[in-house]
Design a protein around this ligand. Structure first.
Ligand code: PMP
Length: 353
């Protein structure tokens, strides 16, 4: 007897990997730098204390879903809550694209292609433009030529940080009539959203997560916004009770506090501009960003990454992605974290000279 053989395409996947280091300043996962305020944690805990733990949670997270739908200004049946937005990506592939082709940008969100493969689809990557913006025309052409089952893109794109302007998204939606998934994980930090396009384009699906703007990466909640027929179809690919009691309580409490979310997001955006200017001032090549992270190109990414770790700062080395030679991605942190990062980078560059 031997251990069972994985499907060859799954066997070939490297699996999710992330460089870890025990550092004081963690700027490698695009998390929110501010924890949930104590009084909100108390409110969430209060809900958990009152709920029976021996029972399954509300099946479709009705109350949380209502709060999230209100925050997105859509009716509740336009929303499906998932266990992080990664679960939504997998469910969308399984619903629309198993056995077919998923067209996506490269470099793009690192989990999109493996999730597509696990979901039973083939992946066709389309390169970004030289300036690292999404080439919407090329995506549309590939999708049509290959008769793609689904187009996936993140806007803002990760790890590059730039968002697709609505008129370009519209071009794609006009040119391709299959499902178009726009992953807005970094909604909030970007001045525009694809949500208004839903009215005219029933083949659009917008994905969001509570991990970034809501600052709830620990709760593992995401959601998709789409026409009710699409929501009902994808719901069949999602296991019941996929969002647990904690996730439901946390996202509901936060979705009802958009004032606080807005305040924290504004701080992050102000810090992003501060960091961007500071990096430019140091002569570092840094790309525009509508997200909560910046992509920069340095002399020697590997060496710089290691020197930053030595100084207690962890960023993401993305230099092995296509087109991103010598690039590092840094999450926008609190002012103290950003100062610590800038000081470490200055010191690292001095050593290099
Ligand atoms: N989409 C994009 C573009 C992301 O960058 C991330 C996380 N880094 C996710 C989705 C995953 O989010 P979640 O925590 O909701 O699974």
């Amino acid at each position: 007897m031997t251990t069972p053989r994985p499907r060859p395409e799954v066997d070939a996947l490297p699996g999710y990997r992330l460089a870890q280091a025990d550092v004081a300043v963690k700027l490698n996962q695009n998390e929110c730098p501010y924890d949930v305020p104590a009084e909100m944690k108390e409110e969430i805990l209060q809900r958990l204390r009152q709920a029976p733990w021996n029972r399954y949670p509300p099946m479709r997270a009705e109350s949380a879903r209502e709060a999230v739908a209100r925050a997105c200004a859509v009716p509740p049946d336009w929303v499906l809550l998932t266990n992080g937005s990664n679960e939504a990506i997998l469910a969308l592939v399984q619903t629309f694209a198993a056995g077919g082709t998923v067209v996506l940008p490269e470099p793009g969100y690192s989990m999109a292609a493996p999730l597509a493969v696990v979901g039973g689809a083939r992946v066709h990557p389309v390169r970004l433009r030289e300036d690292l913006t999404l080439d919407v025309g090329a995506l549309a052409r590939a999708a049509r030529e290959l008769d793609a089952a689904l187009v996936f893109l993140a806007s803002p794109n990760n790890p590059t940080g730039q968002a697709v302007p609505p008129h370009e998204l519209e071009e794609l939606l006009e040119a391709f009539s299959g499902p178009v998934v726009v992953d807005e994980a970094y909604w909030g930090f970007c001045p525009w959203t694809a949500l208004p396009l839903l009215e005219r384009y029933p083949h659009l699906v917008v994905l969001r997560t509570a991990s970034k703007a809501f600052g709830l990466a620990g709760a593992r909640v995401g959601w998709l916004v789409a026409h009710p027929e699409v929501v009902a179809a994808v719901a069949k690919a999602v296991p019941p009770y996929n969002v647990d009691l904690f996730g439901q309580a946390a996202v509901e409490v936060m979705a009802r506090r958009l004032d606080l979310v807005g305040e924290r997001v504004r701080q992050v955006v102000a810090e992003r501009e501060y960091l961007w200017q500071a990096l430019r001032g140091m002569g570092v090549q840094v790309y525009p960003s509508q997200a909560n992270f910046l992509l920069m190109r340095v002399e020697d990414a590997r060496e710089t990454f290691l020197r930053l770790v030595e100084r207690g700062v962890l960023v993401r080395d993305v230099s092995r992605y296509p087109m991103l030679e010598n690039c590092l991605r840094v999450t926008v942190g609190s002012r103290e974290e950003n100062e610590a990062f800038l000081a470490a980078l200055r010191a690292a560059r001095e050593v290099a000279v």
